[in-house]
Ligand binder design. Structure first.
Ligand code: GDP
Length: 309
Protein backbone atom coordinates (compact mmCIF):
# COMPACT_ATOMS: atom_id res chain seq x y z
CA UNK A 1 0.00 0.00 0.00
CA UNK A 2 2.80 2.40 0.94
CA UNK A 3 4.62 1.51 -2.24
CA UNK A 4 1.62 2.42 -4.32
CA UNK A 5 1.23 5.65 -2.44
CA UNK A 6 4.83 6.62 -2.73
CA UNK A 7 4.65 5.89 -6.41
CA UNK A 8 1.68 8.20 -6.68
CA UNK A 9 3.51 10.84 -4.71
CA UNK A 10 6.41 10.98 -7.06
CA UNK A 11 4.00 11.54 -9.93
CA UNK A 12 1.38 13.73 -8.35
CA UNK A 13 3.55 16.64 -7.30
CA UNK A 14 0.67 17.81 -5.19
CA UNK A 15 2.73 19.68 -2.61
CA UNK A 16 0.86 22.50 -1.01
CA UNK A 17 -2.61 21.00 -0.97
CA UNK A 18 -3.27 20.74 2.75
CA UNK A 19 -5.24 18.25 4.74
CA UNK A 20 -7.57 20.97 5.88
CA UNK A 21 -8.61 21.52 2.28
CA UNK A 22 -9.30 17.81 1.86
CA UNK A 23 -11.37 17.75 4.99
CA UNK A 24 -13.56 20.63 3.99
CA UNK A 25 -15.37 18.15 1.77
CA UNK A 26 -18.69 16.63 2.77
CA UNK A 27 -17.60 13.02 3.10
CA UNK A 28 -14.51 11.16 4.15
CA UNK A 29 -14.11 8.20 1.83
CA UNK A 30 -11.24 5.83 1.00
CA UNK A 31 -9.73 8.41 -1.34
CA UNK A 32 -9.71 10.99 1.42
CA UNK A 33 -7.85 8.61 3.74
CA UNK A 34 -5.29 8.00 1.01
CA UNK A 35 -4.93 11.70 0.44
CA UNK A 36 -4.44 12.43 4.13
CA UNK A 37 -1.68 9.82 4.16
CA UNK A 38 -0.19 11.34 1.04
CA UNK A 39 -0.16 14.80 2.57
CA UNK A 40 1.59 13.56 5.70
CA UNK A 41 4.26 11.86 3.59
CA UNK A 42 4.67 15.00 1.51
CA UNK A 43 5.18 16.92 4.73
CA UNK A 44 8.17 14.60 5.39
CA UNK A 45 6.62 13.00 8.42
CA UNK A 46 8.22 9.73 7.31
CA UNK A 47 6.65 6.31 6.64
CA UNK A 48 6.87 5.06 10.26
CA UNK A 49 5.12 7.95 12.00
CA UNK A 50 2.66 8.29 9.10
CA UNK A 51 1.61 4.62 9.37
CA UNK A 52 1.25 4.93 13.11
CA UNK A 53 -0.74 8.10 12.87
CA UNK A 54 -3.08 6.77 10.18
CA UNK A 55 -3.72 3.65 12.24
CA UNK A 56 -4.55 5.68 15.33
CA UNK A 57 -6.73 8.01 13.32
CA UNK A 58 -8.73 5.20 11.72
CA UNK A 59 -9.10 3.38 15.02
CA UNK A 60 -10.28 6.44 16.86
CA UNK A 61 -12.71 7.33 14.09
CA UNK A 62 -14.09 3.80 14.22
CA UNK A 63 -14.67 4.14 17.95
CA UNK A 64 -16.37 7.46 17.37
CA UNK A 65 -18.50 5.62 14.80
CA UNK A 66 -18.46 8.07 11.98
CA UNK A 67 -16.34 9.89 9.50
CA UNK A 68 -17.51 13.43 9.81
CA UNK A 69 -14.75 15.55 8.21
CA UNK A 70 -14.51 18.03 11.05
CA UNK A 71 -14.19 15.20 13.58
CA UNK A 72 -11.48 13.59 11.47
CA UNK A 73 -9.70 16.91 11.32
CA UNK A 74 -9.78 17.36 15.08
CA UNK A 75 -8.60 13.84 15.82
CA UNK A 76 -5.86 14.17 13.22
CA UNK A 77 -4.70 17.40 14.78
CA UNK A 78 -4.68 15.85 18.23
CA UNK A 79 -2.70 12.85 17.06
CA UNK A 80 -0.14 15.06 15.34
CA UNK A 81 0.26 17.32 18.35
CA UNK A 82 0.80 14.22 20.48
CA UNK A 83 3.50 13.05 18.06
CA UNK A 84 5.24 16.42 18.24
CA UNK A 85 5.03 16.18 22.05
CA UNK A 86 4.27 19.67 23.36
CA UNK A 87 5.41 18.62 26.86
CA UNK A 88 9.10 18.54 25.89
CA UNK A 89 11.23 21.22 27.52
CA UNK A 90 12.27 23.56 24.72
CA UNK A 91 13.73 26.37 26.78
CA UNK A 92 17.21 27.59 26.11
CA UNK A 93 18.20 29.16 29.38
CA UNK A 94 21.82 30.17 29.03
CA UNK A 95 23.56 32.20 31.69
CA UNK A 96 26.99 32.28 33.26
CA UNK A 97 27.72 29.71 35.92
CA UNK A 98 30.33 28.98 38.59
CA UNK A 99 32.88 26.23 38.03
CA UNK A 100 34.01 24.03 40.92
CA UNK A 101 37.20 26.06 41.26
CA UNK A 102 35.09 29.20 41.70
CA UNK A 103 35.66 30.65 38.23
CA UNK A 104 32.63 32.31 36.68
CA UNK A 105 32.26 30.86 33.20
CA UNK A 106 29.76 31.43 30.38
CA UNK A 107 27.31 28.84 29.10
CA UNK A 108 28.64 27.29 25.92
CA UNK A 109 26.42 26.39 22.99
CA UNK A 110 27.86 24.26 20.19
CA UNK A 111 26.13 24.60 16.83
CA UNK A 112 26.55 21.47 14.72
CA UNK A 113 25.14 20.21 11.43
CA UNK A 114 25.91 19.55 7.80
CA UNK A 115 27.34 22.50 5.88
CA UNK A 116 24.65 24.45 4.11
CA UNK A 117 21.90 23.65 6.60
CA UNK A 118 22.12 27.15 8.08
CA UNK A 119 24.46 26.73 11.05
CA UNK A 120 26.35 30.01 10.76
CA UNK A 121 23.17 31.96 10.07
CA UNK A 122 21.52 30.33 13.09
CA UNK A 123 24.48 31.26 15.32
CA UNK A 124 24.02 34.89 14.23
CA UNK A 125 20.26 34.83 14.74
CA UNK A 126 20.57 33.13 18.13
CA UNK A 127 23.11 35.74 19.26
CA UNK A 128 20.58 38.37 18.23
CA UNK A 129 17.85 36.72 20.33
CA UNK A 130 20.12 36.48 23.37
CA UNK A 131 21.32 40.07 23.05
CA UNK A 132 17.70 41.22 22.78
CA UNK A 133 17.06 39.38 26.06
CA UNK A 134 19.83 41.41 27.64
CA UNK A 135 22.52 38.75 27.63
CA UNK A 136 26.13 39.19 26.62
CA UNK A 137 27.58 36.91 23.96
CA UNK A 138 30.86 35.95 22.28
CA UNK A 139 30.97 33.92 19.05
CA UNK A 140 33.63 31.34 18.21
CA UNK A 141 34.42 30.59 14.56
CA UNK A 142 35.44 26.95 14.89
CA UNK A 143 34.44 26.17 11.31
CA UNK A 144 38.02 26.63 10.17
CA UNK A 145 37.66 24.38 7.15
CA UNK A 146 35.89 26.80 4.85
CA UNK A 147 37.85 30.00 4.48
CA UNK A 148 34.71 32.11 4.15
CA UNK A 149 32.98 30.67 7.19
CA UNK A 150 34.82 32.80 9.75
CA UNK A 151 34.23 35.93 7.67
CA UNK A 152 30.56 35.11 7.46
CA UNK A 153 30.36 34.60 11.22
CA UNK A 154 32.29 37.81 11.93
CA UNK A 155 29.85 39.68 9.69
CA UNK A 156 26.99 38.30 11.78
CA UNK A 157 28.89 39.29 14.92
CA UNK A 158 29.14 42.90 13.86
CA UNK A 159 25.53 42.97 12.68
CA UNK A 160 24.26 41.91 16.08
CA UNK A 161 26.99 43.71 18.03
CA UNK A 162 28.95 40.87 19.58
CA UNK A 163 32.60 39.92 19.39
CA UNK A 164 33.72 37.04 17.16
CA UNK A 165 36.82 35.04 18.08
CA UNK A 166 38.55 33.51 15.07
CA UNK A 167 41.89 32.23 13.93
CA UNK A 168 44.23 34.30 11.79
CA UNK A 169 45.00 31.40 9.55
CA UNK A 170 42.84 29.03 7.51
CA UNK A 171 42.77 25.39 8.58
CA UNK A 172 43.54 26.16 12.21
CA UNK A 173 42.55 23.62 14.85
CA UNK A 174 38.81 24.13 15.48
CA UNK A 175 39.22 23.07 19.11
CA UNK A 176 41.88 25.74 19.62
CA UNK A 177 39.48 28.39 18.33
CA UNK A 178 36.74 27.09 20.63
CA UNK A 179 39.21 27.24 23.53
CA UNK A 180 40.14 30.84 22.70
CA UNK A 181 36.50 31.84 22.36
CA UNK A 182 35.68 30.49 25.82
CA UNK A 183 38.78 32.18 27.29
CA UNK A 184 37.65 35.45 25.74
CA UNK A 185 34.15 34.87 27.09
CA UNK A 186 35.52 34.34 30.60
CA UNK A 187 37.76 37.40 30.35
CA UNK A 188 34.84 39.55 29.23
CA UNK A 189 32.50 37.97 31.74
CA UNK A 190 29.83 37.22 29.14
CA UNK A 191 26.80 34.98 29.66
CA UNK A 192 27.05 32.82 26.57
CA UNK A 193 29.65 31.63 24.06
CA UNK A 194 28.20 30.22 20.84
CA UNK A 195 30.58 28.09 18.81
CA UNK A 196 30.08 27.50 15.09
CA UNK A 197 31.54 24.21 13.83
CA UNK A 198 32.28 22.58 10.48
CA UNK A 199 30.02 19.82 9.17
CA UNK A 200 31.59 17.69 6.49
CA UNK A 201 29.67 14.44 6.34
CA UNK A 202 31.99 12.89 3.72
CA UNK A 203 34.49 11.99 6.39
CA UNK A 204 32.47 10.57 9.25
CA UNK A 205 35.45 9.55 11.38
CA UNK A 206 37.04 12.97 10.92
CA UNK A 207 33.81 14.70 11.84
CA UNK A 208 33.38 12.64 14.99
CA UNK A 209 36.97 13.17 16.07
CA UNK A 210 36.74 16.88 15.42
CA UNK A 211 33.45 17.47 17.24
CA UNK A 212 34.52 15.27 20.11
CA UNK A 213 37.70 17.27 20.51
CA UNK A 214 35.92 20.63 20.22
CA UNK A 215 33.61 19.54 22.98
CA UNK A 216 36.36 18.23 25.28
CA UNK A 217 38.54 21.28 24.81
CA UNK A 218 35.57 23.63 25.29
CA UNK A 219 34.81 21.94 28.61
CA UNK A 220 38.45 22.24 29.64
CA UNK A 221 38.33 25.95 28.85
CA UNK A 222 35.13 26.14 30.92
CA UNK A 223 37.07 24.88 33.97
CA UNK A 224 35.27 21.56 33.80
CA UNK A 225 31.74 22.86 33.36
CA UNK A 226 29.86 20.87 30.72
CA UNK A 227 28.78 22.31 27.38
CA UNK A 228 25.31 23.73 27.98
CA UNK A 229 23.73 22.86 24.65
CA UNK A 230 24.70 21.05 21.48
CA UNK A 231 22.20 22.20 18.87
CA UNK A 232 21.88 20.17 15.70
CA UNK A 233 20.78 22.26 12.73
CA UNK A 234 18.53 20.47 10.25
CA UNK A 235 17.38 21.95 6.95
CA UNK A 236 13.65 21.39 6.40
CA UNK A 237 14.19 21.21 2.64
CA UNK A 238 16.40 18.13 2.80
CA UNK A 239 13.48 15.88 3.75
CA UNK A 240 14.25 12.38 4.94
CA UNK A 241 18.04 12.95 4.71
CA UNK A 242 17.70 14.77 7.99
CA UNK A 243 17.26 11.45 9.76
CA UNK A 244 20.60 10.11 8.56
CA UNK A 245 22.32 13.38 9.45
CA UNK A 246 20.82 13.25 12.92
CA UNK A 247 22.15 9.73 13.45
CA UNK A 248 25.67 10.64 12.42
CA UNK A 249 25.81 13.76 14.56
CA UNK A 250 24.27 12.16 17.62
CA UNK A 251 26.92 9.47 17.40
CA UNK A 252 29.62 12.11 17.20
CA UNK A 253 28.46 14.40 19.97
CA UNK A 254 25.72 14.40 22.57
CA UNK A 255 23.02 16.47 20.84
CA UNK A 256 20.69 18.27 23.27
CA UNK A 257 18.33 20.03 20.88
CA UNK A 258 17.36 20.62 17.27
CA UNK A 259 16.99 23.72 15.15
CA UNK A 260 14.84 23.34 12.04
CA UNK A 261 15.82 25.89 9.38
CA UNK A 262 14.22 27.07 6.14
CA UNK A 263 10.67 26.56 7.30
CA UNK A 264 9.78 29.74 5.42
CA UNK A 265 9.66 27.84 2.12
CA UNK A 266 7.31 25.09 0.99
CA UNK A 267 8.97 22.40 3.13
CA UNK A 268 6.90 21.36 6.14
CA UNK A 269 9.79 19.84 8.08
CA UNK A 270 7.87 16.79 9.32
CA UNK A 271 11.20 14.95 9.55
CA UNK A 272 11.90 16.55 12.93
CA UNK A 273 9.09 14.57 14.49
CA UNK A 274 11.00 11.38 13.82
CA UNK A 275 14.36 12.90 14.74
CA UNK A 276 12.93 14.10 18.05
CA UNK A 277 11.69 10.63 18.82
CA UNK A 278 14.83 8.78 17.81
CA UNK A 279 17.25 11.13 19.54
CA UNK A 280 14.95 11.91 22.44
CA UNK A 281 15.70 15.64 22.20
CA UNK A 282 13.31 18.47 21.33
CA UNK A 283 13.20 20.89 18.45
CA UNK A 284 13.96 24.15 20.20
CA UNK A 285 13.89 26.74 17.45
CA UNK A 286 12.93 27.22 13.84
CA UNK A 287 14.54 29.31 11.11
CA UNK A 288 12.03 31.36 9.13
CA UNK A 289 14.30 33.29 6.78
CA UNK A 290 17.76 34.68 6.21
CA UNK A 291 17.36 37.85 8.25
CA UNK A 292 18.59 38.41 11.78
CA UNK A 293 15.10 38.35 13.31
CA UNK A 294 14.08 35.15 11.55
CA UNK A 295 14.59 32.71 14.40
CA UNK A 296 11.59 31.70 16.49
CA UNK A 297 10.98 29.33 19.39
CA UNK A 298 9.42 26.07 18.22
CA UNK A 299 5.69 25.99 18.85
CA UNK A 300 4.14 22.52 18.60
CA UNK A 301 0.62 23.73 17.82
CA UNK A 302 1.74 26.25 15.22
CA UNK A 303 3.94 23.61 13.62
CA UNK A 304 1.03 21.17 13.37
CA UNK A 305 -1.27 23.83 11.94
CA UNK A 306 1.30 24.69 9.28
CA UNK A 307 1.82 21.02 8.54
CA UNK A 308 -1.90 20.44 8.05
CA UNK A 309 -2.80 23.71 6.41
P1 GDP B 1 26.11 26.58 7.17
O1 GDP B 1 27.00 26.12 6.06
O2 GDP B 1 25.39 25.44 7.82
O3 GDP B 1 26.79 27.46 8.16
O4 GDP B 1 24.92 27.40 6.47
P2 GDP B 1 24.73 28.98 6.30
O5 GDP B 1 24.41 29.60 7.61
O6 GDP B 1 25.87 29.51 5.53
O7 GDP B 1 23.39 28.99 5.45
C1 GDP B 1 23.30 28.45 4.15
C2 GDP B 1 22.28 29.24 3.35
O8 GDP B 1 20.97 29.03 3.90
C3 GDP B 1 22.50 30.74 3.39
O9 GDP B 1 22.21 31.27 2.13
C4 GDP B 1 21.49 31.24 4.42
O10 GDP B 1 21.10 32.56 4.21
C5 GDP B 1 20.35 30.26 4.20
N1 GDP B 1 19.50 30.10 5.38
C6 GDP B 1 19.86 29.79 6.64
N2 GDP B 1 18.78 29.70 7.43
C7 GDP B 1 17.70 29.95 6.67
C8 GDP B 1 16.26 29.99 6.92
O11 GDP B 1 15.74 29.76 8.02
N3 GDP B 1 15.47 30.29 5.84
C9 GDP B 1 16.00 30.53 4.61
N4 GDP B 1 15.14 30.81 3.61
N5 GDP B 1 17.31 30.49 4.34
C10 GDP B 1 18.16 30.21 5.35
Amino acid sequence: RMVRLRDRLSRSGSIGRGVLGLLSRDVVDEDTWDEIEETLLLADLGPGPTDELMENLRRRMQVLGGSDPSAVREVLREELVALVDPAMDRRLAATSQIAEDGTVVPSAILMVGVNGTGKTTTVGKLARVLVAEGRTVVLGAADTFRAAAADQLATWGSRVGVRTVRSDKDGADPAAVAFDAVKEGIAEGVDVVIIDTAGRLQNKKGLMDELGKVRRVTEKALHGVGVHEVLLVLDATTGQNGMQQARVFSEAVNVTGLVLTKLDGTAKGGIVVNVQRELGVPVKMVGLGEGMDDLAPFDAHGFVDALLG
